[in-house]
Design a protein around this ligand. Structure first.
Ligand SMILES: Cc1ncc(C[n+]2csc(CCOP(=O)(O)OP(=O)(O)O)c2C)c(N)n1
Length: 311
């Protein structure tokens, strides 16, 4: 085990890093910076530098210390332990990968307009390797219900899971009617709401799930209204499984999707996904790092990462 510090960002010390990391199994990169929508910049640069190396380590990135926050020794140890464990189990650190991994790739997804649609991309450059249906904004749950019925008619319902996945706007506002209807019928699919607390794909407008006090492009002085508590709304629908989790804890996401997979009927998972751009939130306990790694800086008592599972 060793520690490398990079003093010169440009020119990037690619040759030296290749030499120092030759034969190593794992490199954990701690970036105190982010590039929006992706991993930390040094993690990206290191992966590029190691591309031509003969025997290069797996690179896992951790974003930490944003906004001048302290990075504690136990934080570094936690992330490193997690990297080692995930390397051993073959898990990777991107949220959708965790979810499809938990479903062993036996999944059909329905996805509305959102940041997530961007990930789907266009064939043949799509970064998705499972069947994926892009649907109109309000229809995520309706399309999932139809897909589940189709699989049942074809005798494939036991083989495949239908996964509806939408943002907080797509879930709590425009998609809530279709979702509520599906719960009433107990349609057979898993619904994951990734809650980044605003309409992010169109530039951070407030949604019904934006926390009170948060400043967005449509609530400059801070949102006045309370947020809708989606997990509780879903609990009130009396469905077989409701859980909340946080993207800051990928193994928790994984475990809950595995658990949901073993249950039939409508299963709802609310995943808090730390946001990049909303500011001035009145909920400082929300995990406030953008990391593909579990990171516990201010996250332990987040009300939105509590596990509220029923059934
Ligand atoms: C009917 C309709 N209204 C508006 C839009 C524009 N639109 C596309 S993505 C988006 C934001 C979605 O927000 P959310 O569901 O919270 O997901 P996020 O972008 O945060 O991932 C909006 C408003 C649309 N595609 N369709």
């Amino acid at each position: 085990m060793g520690v490398l510090g990079i003093r010169s960002y440009r020119p990037f010390p690619a040759t030296e890093l290749r030499a120092r990391l030759a034969g190593k199994r794992l490199a954990v990169v701690f970036d105190k910076a982010l590039s929006y929508g992706y991993e930390g910049p040094i993690a990206t640069d290191l992966k590029a530098a190691l591309q031509s190396a003969e025997k290069s380590p797996a690179v896992f990135g951790c974003i930490c210390g944003l906004g001048g926050r302290d990075v504690l020794p136990e934080d570094l140890a936690d992330a490193t332990r997690r990297a080692i464990a995930d390397l051993d189990t073959g898990l990777r650190d991107r949220e959708p990968d965790w979810i499809t991994k938990a479903l062993e790739g036996r999944v059909v997804m329905t996805v509305p307009a959102s940041c997530l649609t961007v990930l789907g991309g266009m064939y043949p450059t799509s970064s998705v390797n499972v069947p994926w249906i892009n649907v109109a904004f309000p229809s995520t749950a309706a399309a999932a219900a139809g897909t589940a019925a189709g699989l049942r008619a074809m005798g494939r319902a036991d083989d495949m899971t239908v996964l509806a996945m939408a943002g907080d706007g797509g879930t709590g506002d425009i998609g809530i009617q279709a979702l509520s209807g599906a719960t009433e019928r107990d349609d057979d699919f898993i619904y994951v709401c990734y809650d980044n607390e605003a309409y992010m794909n169109t530039g951070t407008q407030r949604s019904g799930l934006t926390p009170q006090g948060a400043r967005t492009t449509t609530t400059w002085a801070g949102k006045r209204e309370n947020l809708k508590d989606m997990p509780r709304i879903m609990e009130a629908h009396d469905i077989p499984y409701v859980a909340s989790t946080s993207a800051a804890y990928p193994t928790d996401v994984y475990d809950k999707v595995v658990k949901a997979r073993g249950i039939h009927g409508l299963r709802y998972i609310h995943m808090n996904t730390p946001r990049a751009r909303a500011a001035g939130t009145s909920t400082p306990k929300t995990p406030c790092v953008l990391a593909s790694w579990p990171w516990t800086a201010e996250s332990s008592c987040s009300t939105r990462s509590r596990a509220a599972s029923s059934g």
